[in-house]
Design a protein around this ligand. Structure first.
Ligand SMILES: [Zn+2]
Length: 234
C-alpha cells in the first residue's frame, strides 16, 4: 500500500509513520529526514533548504518532487511506502498522482492526524537535541538521564532546534494551515481522506490509524475519481 500521512508539526506524524512502515514492511519516505541529511552534508540543495527551514518556510515543489521520485523508486519501497512530509501543497499532490499513474500505481490512503494548536505548541516546546550527535530528546516523553545533557555526551547541554522555538513553531503552524489545509479538501473530494485524532497515547493513535487504513483497504474501492481539473489550487 501507498499511504500519505498528513498532520501539523508536533502531531507525532514521524513516530507513527516510522512504526507503520516498519511493521508493514514498507519504506518510510520522510522528506524531513531527506532534507536534514542534505543540510548536514552541506550540499548546495541542503544549504538552500536549510535557510528555508530555519525561516519556517517550505522548500520549492520541484525540489521536493524530485527527492520523493528518487526515494520511492528504491527497492525497499516495492511493497509500499509511507509518505511523511509530502505532499504539502495541492500542486505537489497532483505531481504525486501523476508520478504514481506513470508507474501504474495509486495512492491507497491519506491519513490526516489532527490536534489542537495549543497542544502542538506545547509538545514542540519540549523537543531538544544534542548539538554533537543530533540525537533527539523530548523533556516530557523521552528525557535525557540527567534532564539536561546528552546521554552519550555528558558535557554537552541539549539545545532547541531553531525550528522548534516558539515563534518559529507558530510560523510553521500558520504556513501549515495556509498551504496544507487545501490538501485536505483535495483528498476529501476524492474520498481518500481519513481523519484520526493525534491526541492521546502514542499507541492509541497508532491503533486508530491502523484501523482507519484497514477500512480503506477493505472497502475495496476502485482508484478514486480524479477531482475536476483546475479545482482547488493554492
Ligand atoms: Zn550526543
Amino acid at each position: 500500500m501507498r499511504v500519505v500521512l498528513l498532520g501539523p508539526p508536533g502531531v507525532g506524524k514521524g513516530t507513527q509513520g516510522r512504526r507503520l512502515a516498519t511493521e508493514s514492511g514498507w519504506a518510510l519516505v520522510s522528506t524531513g529526514e531527506m532534507l536534514r541529511d542534505a543540510v548536514a552534508r552541506r550540499t548546495p540543495l541542503g544549504l538552500e533548504a536549510g535557510r528555508q527551514m530555519d525561516a519556517g518556510l517550505l522548500v520549492p515543489d520541484e525540489v521536493m518532487v524530485g527527492l520523493v521520485r528518487e526515494r520511492s523508486a528504491l527497492p525497499d519501497a516495492r511493497l509500499g511506502f509511507v509518505l511523511d512530509g509530502f505532499p504539502r501543497t495541492v500542486p505537489q499532490a497532483r505531481a504525486l498522482d501523476g508520478m504514481l499513474e506513470g508507474r501504474g500505481q495509486r495512492l491507497d490512503a491519506v491519513v490526516s492526524l489532527v490536534a489542537p494548536e495549543g497542544e502542538l505548541v506545547r509538545r514542540l516546546g519540549q523537543r531538544r537535541e544534542c548539538p554533537v550527535c543530533k540525537r533527539a530528546y523530548n523533556l516530557e516523553s523521552a528525557p535525557p538521564r540527567d534532564g539536561r545533557h546528552c546521554d552519550d555526551h555528558p558535557g554537552t547541554e541539549l539545545v532547541q532546534r531553531a525550528d522548534d522555538q516558539e515563534a518559529t513553531v507558530r510560523k510553521r503552524l500558520e504556513v501549515y494551515r495556509e498551504q496544507t489545509a487545501p490538501l485536505v479538501d483535495y483528498y476529501r473530494a476524492q474520498g481518500r481522506l481519513v481523519e484520526v485524532p493525534g491526541t492521546g497515547e502514542v499507541d492509541e493513535v497508532y491503533q486508530a490509524m491502523k484501523q482507519a487504513i484497514g477500512r480503506t483497504e477493505s472497502s475495496g474501492t476502485t482508484p478514486a475519481r480524479r477531482a475536476g481539473s483546475g479545482s482547488g489550487g493554492r
